[in-house]
Design a protein around this ligand. Structure first.
Ligand SMILES: *Cc1c(COP(=O)(O)O)cnc(C)c1O
Length: 427
């Protein structure tokens, strides 16, 4: 597969190079030059892992060989996913049955497989910023792997207690930094580190954010599963609502559609951090100060996948206005959680944002699917508070709930962060 840096057209790479580099020169994102058209009807008949091997094989087999792709996929996607009826006209695609209880396990596990296959003997440092769930998924996927260090930055106080426990209690090759700032500040530190050729070279820096194309490609696969699990007569009427922060998830869905998957429309749902819905309405890209919300994994005001969305839409001839986008506030989020719960479906704030947005755009005869991106227990405090219920912790959370946090605390200052990297990684 050939990919091009969206900021520097001269930087053309294959998949292996794109995965190892993470981000290209001048902060440029890599994007595939062409996307294959698939025989969708045949694919929809297959079970998830086999189908995913075909879908990713269509992109990667020319470079890696189909056997290699098959192995990467089988090792990465070793947990279930399901489509559940959530309310009238709406299904939830539950993507949170992996080891860290969020959809990020799909991308992080596939990326870990790719990186350990590609790295050889060269030590690598995975540097990543998290708004909560990426940190856990990446830490879990890379924990204990030889020759790979992981450094995760997150906004101090900006993620839930249990989210923090999941990745800041591991130790070993996993280092975590609580930054005195927002997720966007963390993302900026990561970007700056990547733009420093010395640091990048010296520590073999690579990114595990949705900047990294491997994560994004992995996420295409579950959109196929959503369509495959819908009743056959509804398959051409699917509207998919994506709870969005960095817009990696939406990008993956759009790529699936570009490969032929019959998704009628997308809804890009945000919380109060509404840079994208405002942009689609006014044409002005104006990130504002971050709002801390119930759906904190979406507290992102400068979503770094947006250039990929634009390029893809442009190439496909899809007007940006074909993506419905809306901001769901805190009250609407809580109300939607209650509404779903009253109908027998227990949800959490991120999925509720997507469900509430879907409600505004669904037309008669259509069928809505919202993505269930995290397990309700991961947001125990707000779910218990809003729904007046007691949740029991699933095993992966119960195992870490009482462990001590091992994070370092730093300001959002780059020089201080560079010193930290030197200290930690020179030994
Ligand atoms: C990361 C995350 C999102 C946002 O996904 P993006 O790909 O960044 O748009 C939504 N919900 C949860 C629970 C997440 O962890």
């Amino acid at each position: 597969m050939q990919l091009t840096n969206l900021n520097v057209a001269a930087e053309q790479v294959d998949f292996r190079q794109a995965v190892l580099r993470g981000l290209g020169e001048q902060y440029g994102l890599f994007f595939p030059d062409t996307l294959p058209q698939l025989d969708i009807e045949a694919l929809l008949q297959l079970p998830f892992v086999e189908r995913s091997q075909q879908v990713l094989g269509a992109l990667l087999a020319d470079e890696l060989g189909q056997d290699k792709v098959d192995a990467l996929v089988a090792n990465a996607f070793n947990f279930p996913l399901q489509l559940c009826a959530a309310k009238e006209q709406q299904y939830c695609l539950e993507l949170f049955h992996g080891p860290t209880l969020a959809f990020k396990d799909f991308g992080a596990r596939f990326l870990a497989q790719c990186l350990s296959a590609f790295a050889g003997d060269k030590p690598l440092t995975i540097l990543t910023a998290t708004s909560g769930d990426t940190g856990a998924a990446v830490a879990d996927a890379f924990y204990g792997l030889a020759n790979i260090n992981v450094v995760v930055l997150y906004p101090d106080g900006g993620i839930s207690e249990l989210q923090e426990k999941m990745f800041c209690t591991l130790g070993d090759n996993i280092r975590t930094v609580a930054v005195d700032g927002s997720f966007d500040d963390c993302q900026q530190l990561v970007k700056q580190a990547f733009s420093d050729p010395d640091l990048k070279q010296k520590y073999g820096l690579t990114s595990a954010n949705s900047i990294n194309i491997a994560r994004l490609l992995a996420q295409i696969c579950y959109y196929f599963e959503a369509i495959a699990q819908l009743p056959a007569d509804k398959r051409n009427q699917a509207v998919i609502s994506v709870p969005s922060g960095n817009f990696g998830n939406l990008t993956a869905g759009l790529i699936g559609k570009a490969m032929g998957l019959p998704i009628k429309r997308f809804v890009a749902a945000t919380n109060l951090n509404d840079t994208v819905p405002r942009y689609l309405e006014t044409g002005n890209w104006q990130p504002q100060a971050v709002h801390n919300t119930l759906s904190n994994a979406m507290d992102v005001t400068s979503p770094n996948n947006w250039p990929r969305v634009e390029v893809l839409c442009q190439r496909q001839g899809w007007p940006l206005s074909s993506i419905a986008s809306v901001c769901i506030d805190e009250q609407q989020t809580a109300a939607q959680m209650k509404l779903l719960d009253a109908g027998g479906y227990r949800s959490e704030p991120h999925a509720a944002v997507a469900s509430a947005a879907l409600e505004q755009f669904l037309q008669p005869g259509e069928v809505g699917v919202f993505l269930g991106t995290a397990h309700p227990a991961k947001f125990k405090e707000s779910v218990e508070d809003i729904l007046k219920v007691k949740l029991t912790l699933p095993a992966p959370l119960a195992a870490v709930a009482d462990k001590p946090l091992l994070s370092s605390k730093l300001s959002a200052d780059f020089d201080q962060f560079a010193d930290y990297l030197q200290q930690q990684l020179n030994g």
